[in-house]
Design a protein around this ligand. Structure first.
Ligand code: MN
Length: 405
């Protein structure tokens, strides 16, 4: 392992360790904060917190993802996949919904091993350890979504089947803990019409709160007419589509291959913001004007670019072959909301609220990839009015994702 990779992983490992280890969290140690978190009625005016981009996976995903890793290839997502699901993660495929953190084997040979052993059990847990982390930090609810890159990296038939299983598992977790979890449904974009059917089942039967898609599918984007049944279904069901990052698609991958740039440090945001700009200029948002899209990471830098997008991308740009009927900022206010996942910068938050409007910004942690405590501290200490803070912390999420519990 090279030095850069080792350093980055050591840093990630420390960050992950800063969040409570399953079974070793503050709640398990009788921390008074944990007690407060589990008894919200006694906390008076405490801030209700709904975290809106929180990852999980299911035991059934482990072996298919390991098969993707064994096959190899050029996808930049393989790095993260290896971190989460690689053999070093040590956790065999399980059939139980609750998976305990593996006890130390004393064989940890690298920070990567340590990180993997932290991440996979946390992703698999939809019960005690996750709730303990939430309680320890006063988080009322997590809006759960299947961890990137989701089913999109799988062969289409497997992808569709696993999306259904993931949605079933997710709805079971929500039913076990209805006041603590809500969920975004997965679907396999590879079969758009079948995806639309699963989306309908997820909302009408499973009562989930929206959908998650991890940016491109086989290097194509949602403005492609083949995916319009998905956009049509989301709009018709009145449920938001969360466009979560994955690593840059093959066509723009080369500069990201050095310095581990493909990931959260830079590549994820570039991939996802490019996806959003494609949606705007393709005119697809004029075709589906009531489609609600949510993006994370403080809007994937798009709020900062909005003036220039409007200036250069107003409707009718000569020779640009764009089809947008509105200015990018008009789409942004009409069709989009953002979350703060992974960006704990109060200045960026202030800017986004002022630029997009207070009703368009929601709080998120990005559990378990980022630790909970600093995300909570960020939300509680940012310079916001009480009303602004309540909207970011829970009210906007309740409205946009129809969270009623
Ligand atoms: Mn995330």
């Amino acid at each position: 392992m090279d030095i850069d990779r080792r350093t980055a992983l050591a840093r990630m490992s420390l960050l992950a360790a800063a969040a409570a280890l399953p079974g070793l969290g503050a709640a398990a140690q009788g921390d008074p904060q944990a007690e407060k978190g589990s008894q919200p009625a006694e906390r008076g005016t405490r801030l209700r917190k709904i975290a809106t981009e929180e990852a999980f996976t299911i035991p059934e995903m482990v072996e298919p993802m390991r098969e993707v890793l064994r096959r190899g290839g050029s996808s930049l997502d393989l790095t993260l996949l290896a971190t989460i699901y690689g053999e070093a993660s040590g956790a065999p495929p399980q059939t139980q919904p609750t998976v305990q953190a593996p006890s130390g084997t004393g064989k940890a040979s690298s920070n990567r091993d340590a990180l993997a052993r932290l991440l996979l059990p946390k992703l698999l847990d939809l019960d005690a350890a996750r709730l303990a982390d939430m309680d320890a930090n006063g988080v009322d609810m997590q809006l759960l979504s299947l961890s990137m890159p989701g089913v999109q990296i799988l062969e289409p038939g497997t992808a569709a089947a696993l999306a259904r299983v993931a949605n079933d598992r997710l709805s079971e977790a929500v039913r076990r803990h209805p006041t603590r979890f809500a969920g975004l449904a997965s679907f396999a974009p590879q079969h758009a019409h079948a995806a639309a059917k699963e989306m309908e089942r997820a909302i009408n039967t499973l009562k989930l709160n929206g959908f998650i898609v991890n940016s491109h599918t086989d290097n194509t984007y949602l403005d492609d007419p083949r995916y319009w049944p998905i956009l049509e279904a989301a709009e018709a069901l009145g449920a938001p589509l969360y466009i979560h990052p994955r690593a840059p698609s093959d066509g723009m991958a080369v500069p990201f291959r050095d310095y581990r740039m493909e990931g959260a440090v830079w590549g994820y945001g570039i991939e996802t913001s490019t996806h959003i700009v494609r949606l705007m200029f393709s005119g697809v948002l004029d075709r589906f004007p009531r489609l609600r899209i949510v993006i994370g990471h403080m809007g994937e830098a798009l709020p900062f670019w909005m003036w220039r997008l409007d200036f250069m991308g107003a409707p009718g740009a000569r020779g640009a072959a764009r089809k947008n009927e509105l200015k990018p900022s008009e789409y942004f206010r009409r069709n989009f909301a953002i979350t703060t996942s992974g960006v704990e910068d109060p200045l960026a938050l202030r800017f986004c609220i002022d630029k997009l409007g207070i009703d368009h910004v929601m709080w998120a942690i990005d559990y378990p990839f980022q630790p909970t405590a600093p995300a909570v501290a960020f939300l509680e200490s940012a310079q916001l009015s009480d009303e602004e803070r309540a909207k970011v912390a829970h009210r906007n999420a309740e409205r946009i994702f129809r969270i009623t519990a």
